[in-house]
Design a protein around this ligand. Structure first.
Ligand SMILES: Cc1ncc(COP(=O)(O)O)c(C=O)c1O
Length: 441
């Protein structure tokens, strides 16, 4: 298949506006007459060219096209185009994992000697990346309590601060981000605002409309939705002025690409163009075409699944909140939860996604029996699956922390995290009920 045909079938520009459900099904790929209706898997590392001149133009970024699957592939491009449209951005780069997406979102614009401001409630992997690993590479992070007053948080910013990063829904704390406050801080200090939108997905929350400049996802979670594949993606909002003097890597010539100035050459998505050209090339954390195919399939039902995850989570949260064997329940959509007002303010359709936590009476001992008793739900170190999953963070993801460190991370010995699936709510509830009643029998 010629390069022209590939570019025509995949990653087709989208119409100006259409509904999220239509984008989920039809975004990113438009079949040609006589061509496959379903996005094909282009399982090829290489592409064929007319002549040396064409390859030279590609390697100087003077012509758009595929060079090698590490920096771009038609199936991956279709997934990137679909998620770009869902988030309302200007371009995306798909990556090998959510962890790689957050790493690249940061290192694309922060170098040794730079500083980052991050919400202390970030997912543990992102926290460790910033707190330990990037520190070794000379990038320092100040962690802030996202609930502190704006005036307090302003003190964290420095002249060399290069970005502000937070999650729409914290994992596992489940706090909903105060977008107005964070967007105001980012504007005041003129730094890009990076939002990890993994738990909310673009169906529930559109961070670019709330002041974000870059969005990241662990596609491994709800985008896949069936626990089959690892992957990540970062999306450019095309709404940050990179030519403000703070980001010379985007405005000065890149001599590894014939002196390309990203801001000039790619005015709407310089950030993504640079990430692809430099860091997919150098770090190589690209998404496989097969995983892109599965993520595209996952996105086709995301709008239906996330609503069902949310409905089931609310039903389970309501049930658990009156259960005699339960100490407490945290679910942002639950009546009485302090984050409910932000769900109403920032989320579509009042749905609050599928993750909840609860405290089990009897702590770790009771948790052991409860987990063994479950029949519908399973003990799994994962979230966002169609199947209901549970985890006891104190003996798994946070087991290496001291009890004091666990407490400050919001992890208690009674905490059970639940990723509520899309089975029948009545069956999930009955399963939790019998598993809880079975404790101490
Ligand atoms: C909010 C969030 N961001 C990023 C990640 C990392 O994603 P991955 O496991 O795909 O590397 C996770 C994983 O749990 C997550 O929950």
């Amino acid at each position: 298949m010629s390069k022209r045909t590939i570019r025509k079938t995949a990653a087709t520009p989208a119409p100006a506006t259409r509904g999220q459900g239509t984008i989920c099904i039809q975004g990113g790929y438009t079949p040609t007459v006589g061509g496959p209706r379903v996005l094909p898997i282009f399982q090829s590392t290489t592409y064929k060219y007319e002549d040396l001149d064409q390859v030279e133009r590609l390697f100087a970024l003077k012509e758009a096209g595929y060079k090698y699957t590490r920096t771009g592939n038609p199936t991956v491009a279709a997934f990137e185009a679909k998620i770009t449209e869902l988030e309302g951005g200007t371009g995306a780069v798909a990556l090998a994992s959510g962890q790689a997406a957050n790493l690249l979102a940061i290192t694309n614009i922060a170098n040794a000697g730079d500083h980052i401001v991050a919400a202390s409630t970030l997912y543990g992997g992102t926290y460790t990346l910033l707190h330990r690993t990037l520190k070794r590479y000379g990038i320092e992070t100040t962690f802030i309590d996202p609930e502190a007053p704006e005036r307090e948080l302003q003190k964290a910013f420095r002249p060399n601060t290069k970005l502000l990063i937070a999650e729409t829904i914290g994992n596992p704390g489940l706090g909903i981000l105060d977008f107005a406050k964070f967007a105001s801080l980012a504007r005041k200090f003129d730094v890009p605002f990076v939002v990890d939108n993994t738990l909310a997905t673009p169906i529930l929350c559109r961070p670019f409309q709330l002041g974000a400049n870059i969005i990241t996802h662990s596609a491994t979670k709800y985008i896949d939705g069936h626990a089959t594949s690892l992957g990540g993606v970062m999306i450019d909002g095309g709404n940050y002025n990179w030519a403000n003097g703070k980001f010379p890597d985007l405005t000065e010539p890149d001599d590894t690409y014939a002196g390309t100035r990203y801001v000039e050459k790619f005015p709407t998505n310089a950030y993504i163009a640079k990430a692809r050209a430099q860091y997919l090339r150098d770090f190589g954390a690209c998404l496989s075409p097969f995983n892109a195919f599965l993520f595209n399939l996952g996105l086709e039902t995301l709008h239906l699944r996330i609503q069902r995850h949310s409905d089931n989570a609310l039903a389970l949260a309501e049930f658990l909140s009156t259960h005699p064997k339960v100490n407490w329940v945290i679910y942002p959509g639950l009546k009485g939860n302090p984050n409910r007002a932000r769900v109403k303010k920032y989320f579509q359709s009042n749905a609050a996604s599928g993750i909840l936590t609860f405290g089990i009476k009897g702590n770790t001992k009771a948790a052991r029996t409860f987990v063994k008793n479950l029949k519908v739900a399973a003990l799994v170190v994962h979230i966002g699956d169609a199947r209901t999953s549970v985890l006891h963070p104190a003996t798994s993801t946070h087991a290496q922390l001291t009890p004091e460190q666990q407490r400050s991370a919001g992890i208690t010995p009674d905490m059970i995290r639940v990723s509520v699936g899309i089975e029948d709510a009545a069956d999930i509830i009955a399963d939790f009920d019998q598993a809880l009643r079975g404790i101490g029998r």
